[in-house]
Design a protein around this ligand. Structure first.
Ligand SMILES: [Zn+2]
Length: 117
């Protein structure tokens, strides 16, 4: 499965919400930047619009980072906004999943999130 397909799968399963902050994210493979700005209520042309849109972009988050031996498989991937993904970096316990978003994920992914791999 490709990175793009994996991310899209999780993004849809998580109802577009970031696993760490619970905010809605956007996916450039399914919507234009204008659509994303509308959905996320980001006003075009303001000084922070481009940065805010970039921060809310959906990214594939490796729950156990690759640098820590995490699998490249789909069960080790959830959807996070770019801001959270970059903030978390490679620290496994840096952030706590939002419970109602985690509940949307398949059981094998929730086990990885809970540390019971
Ligand atoms: Zn986030």
């Amino acid at each position: 499965m490709s990175y793009r397909t994996e991310l899209l799968t999780r993004w849809q399963e998580q109802n577009r919400l970031c696993i760490w902050c619970g905010r809605e994210t956007w996916n450039h493979t399914t919507m234009s930047r204008d659509e994303a700005r509308d959905r996320l209520d980001i006003t075009k042309g303001t000084s922070n619009a481009t940065r805010n849109l970039r921060r809310r972009k959906a990214t594939a988050e490796h729950i156990v980072p690759k640098s820590c031996g995490g699998s490249l498989g789909l069960r080790n991937i959830c959807c996070a906004c770019a801001e959270c993904n970059h903030t978390r970096g490679n620290i496994v316990d840096a952030m706590t999943p939002v419970p109602h978003v985690a509940a949307m994920l398949p059981a094998n992914v929730r086990r990885v999130l809970d540390g019971n791999v």
